[in-house]
Design a protein around this ligand. Structure first.
Ligand SMILES: Nc1ncnc2c1ncn2[C@@H]1O[C@H](COP(=O)(O)OP(=O)(O)O)[C@@H](O)[C@H]1O
Ligand SMILES: [Mg+2]
Length: 325
């Protein structure tokens, strides 16, 4: 089966799984919808086909049953359209996440405390400015400690700030979790930005129904993901993500530090790292080993997660001697 046939088969599977596949009738990889004589962006699905036809996308991410369909109703100032997803906020709220309509919940209060120093560090200017201070990675030593839970809540909480926009990046490229948690679409994302020049950063970013919150999906699995995350192209993409809008905070959900090397590659570019530690389950030795892998980052914030709140509440503080003033 050719790559194009494989891509068409996957699209059919996407359609059967309930994903909206606009303009999917064409089988070539360079579909560009044209309305009123104005050239539009290729749909994300067409971009997948185009990339697959060039061998750049070995395995498109399969949609989860909870995945929101893409709608294309955002008109940009240049007249083109941008993808947007509807996050099911009621479902998120029921699962204990921060949501904009419940600003006084306990989880909202906890993340209000957690986000303050991060925002402060990201906004420092002049002599006290932190290099890449607005690039923030959420990581942990091991899987299951609460990285995705923390990254999503932090992103939602920061998005509720009046003068801040948030880009949540699915940096766990081997096991992307945002599709399951938020309904991120199976569209090209970070890995495609690193493997092809055909895709613009702004074309891969997906707007959401939460004001100020956009998402960059992980993209399709790539066997050389670590090398890609450590590449010069990654530095270029991150510069674009971090500097395009002065008020933007970029939060990366990441893989765990110890079992794989992807998170260490990501960490090289980060201005701040939030290190999630699962209370009562992660051994101190594992935490110490994980911290040693991210020594290059000056600002590492430790967060004790899943703690018995009757004991300590959610503990949050700075690790490292050079605590920001
Ligand atoms: N503080 C928390 N309160 C409630 N559930 C949590 C909390 N932290 C993590 N979880 C849940 O624990 C599971 C693992 O968390 P997750 O964020 O997916 O871990 P990781 O991304 O580190 O692998 C998920 O089901 C998540 O919703
Ligand atoms: Mg995760």
């Amino acid at each position: 089966m050719s790559l194009i046939e494989q891509a068409a088969k996957r699209l059919e599977e996407l359609r059967r799984a309930g994903a909206e596949v606009p303009g999917a009738s064409s089988s070539d990889g360079a579909e560009v919808a044209s309305l009123d004589g104005v050239e539009r962006l290729p749909t994300p699905e067409a971009a997948i086909r185009g990339l697959a036809a060039r061998g750049a996308v070995p395995e498109p991410v399969a949609p989860s049953p909870n995945q929101a369909p893409l709608s294309r109703d955002i008109r940009r100032s240049d007249g083109r359209e941008q993808s947007r997803i509807e996050i099911d906020l009621e479902r998120l709220k029921a699962r204990g996440f921060v949501t904009p309509d419940a600003p006084k919940s306990q989880i909202a209060d906890e993340f209000r405390v957690i986000k303050r120093p991060i925002i402060h560090n990201a906004r420092r200017t002049a002599a006290s400015a932190i290099r890449n201070g607005n690039l923030i990675m959420v990581t942990s030593a091991l899987p299951g400690e609460g990285k995705t839970f923390t990254a999503v809540n932090l992103a939602l909480s920061v998005a509720m700030e009046l003068d801040t926009t948030v880009l949540l990046v699915d940096g766990d490229v081997a096991h992307p979790e945002l599709p399951r948690v938020l309904g991120t679409p199976a569209s090209p994302g970070l890995l495609e930005l690193l493997t092809t020049n055909e895709l613009d950063v702004s074309d891969a970013i997906v707007r959401t129904n939460v004001d100020n919150l956009s998402i960059l999906p992980a993209g399709a699995h790539h066997r050389r993901a670590t090398e890609l995350l450590a590449s010069e192209q990654m530095a270029i993409v991150l510069h674009e993500l971090g500097t395009r809008y002065p008020d933007r905070i970029v939060i990366f959900d990441s893989p765990p530090l110890l079992p794989t090397t992807e998170a260490r590659a990501l960490a090289l570019h980060m201005g701040q790292i939030v290190m999630v530690v699962a209370a009562d389950s992660t051994r101190q030795h594992a935490v110490n080993l994980a911290l040693a892998t991210i020594e290059n980052c000056d600002i590492v914030l430790m967060m004790l997660n899943k703690a018995d709140k009757t004991d300590v509440g959610t503990y949050y503080g700075y690790y490292a001697d050079d605590e920001p003033k």
